[in-house]
Design a protein around this ligand. Structure first.
Ligand SMILES: [Zn+2]
Length: 493
């Protein structure tokens, strides 16, 4: 048996005006994929490769395209290059193959194209014909479209947020594909849309109501003829027509059964729509800081949730930093402003020097009011690096600010330690993030979600959506009749 594998992942934030270009992807092509497993060791592709290797399947690698960080929508140029490479690899395979197993995100939005995964899967299907089975592992935050469903045979998504089951999801997808090829049956995936927008900070898998809903997923999986079921939660910070949640069911070819079970899962989700609340206590940012100052046990982590680089925030919005600086808040660590130029200036001045920097971007709503004009004066405390990332620490009169050379989704406390700082020495740690990464939990005596401005603003009801199809909950009430099968029709084009 021979199976084609590949990975194309991006979660695109359409509110962030900074497009994602090709240089923001790590690219591997053809045989290179096997030379750098470290690039994708924690992705669903690692699980896919593990399963096929175990079964002795010949694996044909194509492309790995992983962003160095999530950001704005992908430029047409970058996407077409990645798509071109992938199709070129598939087109260049000289012997027959049996199936295709891909690791995708499901919320890659492309400039001038929109639905990235739909476009990619359709192009692959057109190239390989109807006889080849295509199975894809998706992120839990996928926006599943009719084009994706019409082009792939199986779509399977993560079941945990924070995502700790990426490898397992890849493995499950590969197992389903392998079994269908060995036992020669078709895979069919039904999807039912749930017009609902929700942020990850209200839908952690270990907390209610997602915990109970994933219980329903497990029960559905046990039913005869069902191979995998999923909830995909969409990605709220992208303003496209097809943004929504969905329920997916993969069956061993039984279309009616898959549709029936997907509908049931969508109804269960719909019934719990009013139960989605912040899974961490949430306050306006300034209020969270005031509460944190009064806490006896420290550090208190306050999440600067509006500028979360893990969900496409730009990590240079200084509204919250400005507030802390002008309010004279001390014993506080602020992580992180990404600014290569500011870092370079710190290096030129050297440790212990005083420096005045024009930093970041101040915004109102989602509009930039000032760029590189907000002034801060402080003393350079340290310069350091961790892995391939360099950073400077600036002491703004008791408020320590980390400036990094590029965006970083901070999941490793070791980054802070490497700069000679310890989160435990501060009363307050401000982190540009979404829900707190499990690695930081041992450090935090208390965690609060600070509601702050940025491209990942948490109060979705106030976001300027223009394109999302309405009605959509919680912007409007929806009814059970709004839960519709996601079906490809030629006029969908
Ligand atoms: Zn996700």
């Amino acid at each position: 048996m021979r199976v084609i594998v590949g990975l194309v992942i991006h979660e695109s934030n359409s509110f962030n005006p900074d497009f994602t270009s090709l240089d923001q992807f790590r690219l591997l092509v053809g045989a290179e994929v096997f030379n750098r497993p470290d690039y994708y060791q924690n992705s669903s592709l690692a699980g896919i490769i593990k399963v096929f290797s175990r079964y002795g399947v010949e694996i044909i690698p194509t492309v790995v395209a992983l962003p160095t960080s999530q950001g704005g929508i992908v430029t047409k140029e970058a996407y077409l290059r990645i798509k071109g490479l992938l199709l070129e690899q598939i087109g260049g395979i000289d012997r027959s193959y049996d199936g295709i197993c891909l690791a995708l995100h499901g919320s890659m939005t492309v400039e001038g194209i929109g639905d990235g995964e739909g476009d990619l899967l359709r192009a692959i299907r057109t190239m390989v014909g109807d006889q080849i089975t295509i199975a894809c592992a998706l992120d839990m935050h996928a926006m599943v479209t009719a084009k994706m469903l019409a082009s792939a045979n199986a779509l399977v998504s993560y079941r945990t947020a924070p995502h700790v089951d990426k490898i397992e999801t890849g493995a499950r997808t590969a197992e389903i594909l392998y079994d269908s090829l060995i036992n020669k049956y078709q895979l069919y995936t039904a999807g039912v849309e749930i017009p609902f927008l929700v942020s990850g900070e209200k839908s952690e898998s270990a907390k209610s109501p997602m915990r109970e809903l994933f219980g329903e997923i497990s029960k559905t999986d046990q039913k005869p003829g069902i191979l995998a079921s999923s909830y995909c939660l969409g990605f709220p910070w992208v303003d496209v027509e097809f943004n929504k949640c969905s329920a997916l069911v993969v069956s061993s070819g039984d279309r009616t059964l898959a549709e029936l079970e997907a509908k049931k899962l969508a109804v269960k989700f719909f019934e719990k729509r009013a139960e989605f609340n912040f899974t961490t206590s949430a306050y306006p940012f300034e209020e969270a800081i005031q509460i944190a100052q009064a806490e006896k046990e420290y550090p208190v982590f306050v999440i600067d949730s509006g500028d979360n680089p893990g969900a496409g925030g730009s990590q240079n919005i200084v509204n919250t930093l400005e507030y802390l600086y002008h309010a004279g808040i001390k014993d506080t660590l602020y992580c992180v402003i990404a600014d290569q130029t500011a870092y370079q200036k710190c290096v030129e001045k050297g440790v212990n020097s005083e420096i005045t920097l024009n930093l970041g971007r101040r915004i109102a709503g989602n509009t930039i009011i000032q760029e590189k004009l907000v002034q801060f004066t402080g003393q350079i405390k340290s310069l350091g690096s961790y892995r391939d990332l360099s950073a400077a620490v600036l002491d703004l009169n008791g408020l320590d600010l980390i400036i990094s050379t590029r965006k970083i989704v901070l999941t490793e406390p070791e980054f802070i330690l490497a700069l000679g700082l310890d989160p435990r020495d501060y009363q307050i740690v401000v982190l540009k993030s979404g829900y707190l990464d499990p690695n930081f939990k041992p450090y935090a005596r208390r965690v609060m979600l600070g509601i702050s401005p940025g491209y990942t603003y948490q109060l979705l009801e106030r976001l300027p959506y223009k394109n999302v199809r309405r009605p959509v909950y919680p912007l409007e009430e929806i009814s059970v009749n709004d839960l519709k099968l996601i079906r490809w029709e030629e006029n969908n084009e």
